[in-house]
Design a protein around this ligand. Structure first.
Ligand SMILES: Nc1ncnc2c1ncn2[C@@H]1O[C@H](COP(=O)(O)OP(=O)(O)O)[C@@H](O)[C@H]1O
Ligand SMILES: [Mg+2]
Length: 333
């Protein structure tokens, strides 16, 4: 891997572009510090040209949200035969779609809050769709992240207003039962639950501000749960990761209700990787430095491609052979 040209893919075209830039720059610095031949690849519509021009052998995906976390860039890289970090095309797409992810959780008997889905075309009669679902409820765009467009609503007026705002981000909304209790996030790295963090925002819920403003939230590692419950959430986190077929590093968001029941919210297939992000914090508590974590994720890139190759061995081998050839070609060094 040390002789390969590594492209850290950052920026992108989603609403989480700024977060991606911070993640990407942190990863780039860490990999360079570890002696890797790592280069930034700023992602826009011409990303395929840039990947070719820069002769990238392995991609470290530091993109969040649409086109970066949802299977699109993974599909492009797969087609180009470039191994990449994290989950494959299908798992990425499933995890990015909060409704599809919940459907799979249910199929796998994993607990997730009650919900219904609203399409833009139903906007006119929000309350009719809501029926006796009750309050408080949580409104979310189906395909966003970073709490973009997420609101907790307590009555019909708040629901209508929140839906109107959320429809600015997505044609499809998820309306979920609000779970009062503790919020935790479980880190999965290399098919193992590394640990978890409890998040307690100083005010309100873990919205965009609470996520990215220094001091806006308190973090507890490990979460303030009994050892039994702690083990329980680690298991649920790993199960959710497997239910969607994820690989590499993920972070699974879970609510633990006041009565101690766990509810899966979502799986993040490209967790934030700034030095103050949740996954690096959990890794640090497990004795893994930021640089080591980035290195572990990078090592997973070849692994995941090889594993995906099982379904279609020839394609997998071709992909690998291509990467090997590029890595071996003298003009690339
Ligand atoms: N059902 C719920 N009950 C209570 N809080 C919720 C619920 N769903 C989401 N939240 C809050 O909103 C935040 C964002 O929701 P999440 O589903 O993780 O979407 P994303 O992080 O992709 O924007 C969560 O971290 C949590 O604080
Ligand atoms: Mg989340």
């Amino acid at each position: 891997m040390k002789h390969r040209r590594i492209g850290v893919l950052l920026g992108g075209m989603s609403s989480e572009r700024e977060v991606s830039l911070r993640t990407g720059e942190a990863v780039l610095a860490a990999l360079q510090l570890r002696g890797y031949d790592a280069h930034p690849v700023y992602v826009d519509r011409d990303v395929d040209l840039v990947l070719r021009q820069q002769r990238i052998d392995v991609a470290f995906i530091a993109l969040h949200g649409r086109w970066g976390e949802d299977g699109c860039i993974q599909g492009l890289l797969e087609t180009m035969g470039i191994p990449y970090t994290g989950s494959g095309v299908l798992a990425s797409a499933l995890a990015m779609d909060k409704v599809k992810a919940k459907e799979l959780f249910r199929l796998h008997n994993l607990p997730t809050p009650a919900y219904y889905v609203m399409h833009r075309r139903d906007e006119a009669d929000v309350m009719e769709a809501h029926g006796d679902f009750g309050f408080p409820a949580v409104v979310k765009p189906v395909h966003e992240g970073s709490s973009v467009g997420v609101e907790i609503v307590h009555d019909a007026a708040e629901l209508s207003a929140a839906c109107e705002r959320a429809f600015c981000f997505d044609d499809e909304l998820l309306i979920e039962r609000h779970i009062a209790g503790r919020e935790v996030s479980v880190a999965i790295v290399g098919d193992r639950a590394l640990g978890a963090v409890e998040i307690s925002p100083r005010a309100g819920f873990y919205d965009y501000g609470a996520k990215y403003t220094r001091g806006a939230s308190d973090y507890h590692i490990p979460p303030r749960l009994t050892p039994d419950r702690y083990r329980g959430i680690l298991t649920q986190g790993l199960r959710a990761h497997h239910a969607l077929g994820c690989g590499g590093a993920t972070r699974v968001d879970i609510m633990v209700s006041e009565s101690g029941n766990e509810y899966l919210l979502e799986v993040n297939t490209v967790p934030g990787l700034t030095r103050t992000s949740l996954l690096p914090k959990i890794a640090d508590a497990a004795g893994i430095s930021f640089e080591e974590l980035c290195e572990m994720m990078l090592m997973g890139a070849g692994l995941e491609t090889a594993r995906r190759g099982r379904g279609d061995r020839r394609a997998g081998h071709r992909a690998f052979a291509g990467a090997e050839r590029r890595a071996a070609a003298p003009e690339h060094h």
